[in-house]
Ligand binder design. Structure first.
Ligand code: HXC
Length: 273
């Protein structure tokens, strides 16, 4: 987290953030970046063991931590988790809707329940969480960060469920930015690219295709969870106080049109590779 050395260590002192799916992956990376700058952190997820391991790590960074087992698909569970967090840390200043599910499945083989499951975790879970956090965010004039994905911009093979969910999340984000702007609540999406070591990449880049993925990324590397955590810190901070309704793409250029297979074919045909 060296880059955070450019920021005051107390940038987020006395602020609190609640992160769904915060026990692992990108969401835990976001939690660490907030904790390192003085914030207190609430995390929820489905697995108590993951949450407790994350708690120890975040406390070691100096944060006060609230953990709750909750599934974002269940409004009552997520509302209760947010209430518990408020009791421990006070009203939240930032909400990160990061809980997500994914698997590779071409539409012709996907069961209706499989499609519905991802819509329920990603899209309905994001609405449930934002809705349940509204009163706290209104009180603090806080902000919401939704975790989107490149699938929001265009079709990816075997990702029709994720594309539908993430495109829905991004439209929801813009609606809430418009409706809740009068309360001072800012809403933005981060669009991560392929992030090393995450469950998502284990699922998508399996089978020895890592090198080919990297070749399709203009910056020539996978991202890190800190790349996303740093952007989340920026969006939650006063540095972004006039930013709302935005998609912030943090993907090394992966989703630039033409940067993938077509770009490679053209550069090969011109003798560049
Ligand atoms: C086809 C599958 C499947 C697979 C599950 N299903 N896995 N279909 N291929 N590999 C189907 C099941 O058959 C079932 O339908 C339905 O989905 C629900 O499955 P369950 O296992 O009962 O659901 P649940 O326990 O709720 O698990 C949800 C899950 C699971 C999404 C399926 O994988 C999960 O919990 N994932 C959480 C972690 C995760 O996915 N993280 C990655 C996020 S990455 P039937 O009809 O059989 O009952 C991400 C970013 C993407 O989102 C972008 C990266 C660049």
């Amino acid at each position: 987290m060296e880059i955070l050395n450019y920021l005051p260590r107390d940038l987020l002192q006395d602020k609190s953030v609640f992160i769904t799916g915060g026990g692992s992956g990108i969401n835990l990376g976001i939690a660490r970046n907030f904790a390192a700058l003085g914030a207190n952190v609430g995390i929820c997820g489905r697995t108590s063991k993951k949450l407790e391991i994350a708690r120890a790590e975040l406390e070691a960074l100096g944060a006060r931590v609230s953990t709750s087992v909750a599934d974002v698909r269940d409004y009552d569970e997520i509302a209760k988790a947010l209430q518990e967090c408020e009791k421990t840390l006070g009203a939240i200043d930032c909400l990160v809707c990061g809980a997500a599910g994914n698997f590779l499945a071409p539409a012709e083989n996907m069961s209706p329940i499989g499609f519905k499951t991802v819509i329920e975790i990603d899209l309905i879970g994001s609405f449930n969480t934002a809705r349940a956090a509204f009163d706290q965010l209104k009180e603090t004039r806080g902000s919401i960060i939704f975790i989107s994905a490149g699938q929001t911009f265009g079709p990816y093979f075997a990702q029709s469920h994720v594309g539908a969910a993430k495109a829905g999340i991004d439209n929801l984000m813009r609606c809430l930015a418009m409706e809740w702007g009068s309360h001072g609540i800012r809403c933005n999406s981060i669009v991560p690219g392929p992030i090393a070591g995450t469950e998502g990449m284990k699922r998508l880049a399996a089978g020895g295709y890592e090198r080919k993925w990297i070749e399709a990324i203009p910056l020539g590397r996978f991202g890190t969870v800190n790349d996303i955590g740093q952007m989340a810190v920026f969006l939650a901070s006063p540095l972004a106080s006039y930013v709302t309704g935005a998609h912030i793409v943090v993907d090394g250029g992966q989703n630039l049109p033409g940067s993938g297979v077509f770009g490679q074919l053209i550069s090969e045909s011109l003798g560049y590779q």
